[in-house]
Design a protein around this ligand. Structure first.
Ligand code: SF4
Length: 477
């Protein structure tokens, strides 16, 4: 948790601040989701308090005793999470808690934020699955990739995600080794390594830091000429957007000039009008926003939910950047899916929705190997002069990257082999919607030469043009 005393200056009321910072009260929220209704517990809280991040922080749910008065639990669950409380912290701001459907024990917002008895079950998970601590030349700083570093600036978050990769520092009680004395050493390290171009300021959540502390980091990094990019890793827009109603914080972030926001939406229900408005505000202050999602069982591990999330992010101009496979962190085994589930989702995205909405699916490698991107296989075969590619519809196509003559020595063959030999240029699955649309438009494609189920149909002329318009189309046009 982060404490009131950590904050520098008293803030104006959030509603006044919000208006003063840009007058967004008239804006049409771009999210399709309506303002979340508040849990009855906070129904009578005046708006000026509800919209004040300090009120949200002070009233966050932080104990099993509070949870049991707000949500149904079985006796066994209560006993189990009661025992876990001694080890792991809880914090759920009333705003985020109000997104939970309290009648649904499997609610995706609940799964992310409310402790589960499954957290106590062991597996092969690890305290530091990414071995960040082993790549730390200075406490709190991880230098893994050639041109970028990760700085851990605080153990505090507005909400403690139950699957957090850095649980050892954030959720675990007493798990954080104070690093405040090392702030200068982290900055010195970056200053002395001119190959570092990109600094990820993370934690915990750096937007829980007092303004003066955040200013220290941002001013220092801004002044280092070889640092081009400062990425702020924060879940504040998702879990407590009220913090970003503060014009002083927005101004500080903008003044650092190099700041990108790296946020973390996992479910479409998190894209509320409040979240949409603070993202808009960050964009207006010149900060690009990229999103990390984690693939979580029961939260977003189905194609429909993932598509809705990604489309929602595009609607608020947040770029889907990474979809992480859930790391093998202690107590989070119940969130982990198979890699095949991730691949299945990626297969349903590429080609089926705009490329600007598709994140890169990555597994963060054991032993500190870093992010490894995974994607379905679109290259089916290859020869010396061509590759055989598959598109999202299952169409197989011969692609000749260089202008080489097709070999005249051919053996009669079929299927993918016929594409490699140059006898065919494509194989189209039967019942293809795109082809049906073309027929409706009275366009005739001469390239598709049969279906995957009839690969021995006669090949098209090797030098055919790609498209012929029927006279009827000209008549229509
Ligand atoms: S906000 Fe980030 S650092 Fe904090 S608990 Fe969630 S995943 Fe971990």
């Amino acid at each position: 948790m982060f404490l009131e005393s950590e904050v520098d200056d008293p803030l104006p009321s959030a509603r006044t601040a919000f208006s003063a910072s840009g007058g967004f009260e008239d804006d049409e929220p771009p999210s399709r989701h309506s303002r979340p209704s508040r849990h009855p517990q906070w129904q009578d809280v005046p708006d000026h308090q509800w919209d004040d991040w300090k009120w949200q922080q002070a009233n966050a749910i932080r104990s099993v005793r509070q949870l049991r008065s707000l949500l149904p639990f079985t006796r066994d669950e209560l006993e189990a999470i009661g025992k876990l409380e001694a080890d792991y912290k809880v914090a759920i701001p009333p705003y985020y808690f109000s997104l939970i459907d309290t009648d649904d024990p499997e609610d995706p917002i609940r799964l992310q934020s409310v402790p589960s008895s499954l957290e106590g079950e062991g597996g092969f998970e690890l305290e530091d699955p990414l071995e960040e601590d082993k790549d730390s030349p200075v406490p709190g700083l991880t230098h893994r990739y050639p041109d970028r570093v990760l700085m851990l600036t605080t153990p505090n978050c507005t909400m403690y995600c139950r699957y957090c990769t850095r649980k050892r520092a954030t959720l675990t009680r007493g798990g954080w080794e104070g690093i405040s004395k090392d702030d200068e050493r982290m900055i010195d390290y970056i200053r002395n390594h001119s190959e570092i171009k990109d600094v990820i300021v993370s934690g915990g959540d750096p937007l829980t830091l007092p303004i003066s502390k955040l200013k220290f980091y941002l001013d220092a990094l801004k002044a280092i000429p070889h640092v081009d990019v400062i990425r702020i890793g924060t879940r504040v827009p998702v879990t407590m957007p009220q913090r970003l109603y503060d014009p002083e914080l927005l101004q500080l972030l903008e003044s650092a000039e190099k700041v990108y926001i790296q946020t973390h939406f996992n479910h479409p229900r998190e894209i509320t009008p409040e979240a949409a408005r603070v993202c808009k505000s960050l964009l207006r202050h010149g900060m690009m926003i990229n999103n990390h999602s984690v693939l979580l069982k029961g939260v977003n591990d189905d194609l429909g939910t993932m598509k809705e999330l990604l489309r929602g992010l595009l609607r608020i101009k947040v770029r889907p950047y990474y979809l992480f496979h859930c790391d093998p962190v202690t107590g989070a085994g119940h969130f982990r899916t198979s890699v095949w589930k991730g691949m299945e989702i990626m297969e349903g995205l590429r080609g089926h929705m705009s490329g600007i909405g598709i994140p890169t699916y990555v597994v963060d490698s054991p032993h500190g190997g870093g992010k490894i991107p995974l994607m379905p296989n679109y290259m089916v075969s290859m020869s010396d002069d061509a590759v055989i590619l598959r598109n999202y519809e299952g169409m197989l196509v011969r692609y000749q990257a260089e202008d080489k003559p097709v070999s005249s020595q051919k053996t009669a063959t079929r299927g993918v082999s016929a594409l490699i030999q140059g006898d065919k240029t494509s194989l189209m699955p039967e019942g293809n919607e795109r082809m049906a649309r073309r027929r409706q438009l009275q366009l005739v494609e001469d390239a598709p030469s049969g279906s995957c189920g009839s690969g021995d149909s006669p090949p098209p002329p090797a030098t055919s043009s790609t498209r012929t318009l029927l006279p009827m189309l000209a008549a229509n046009g």
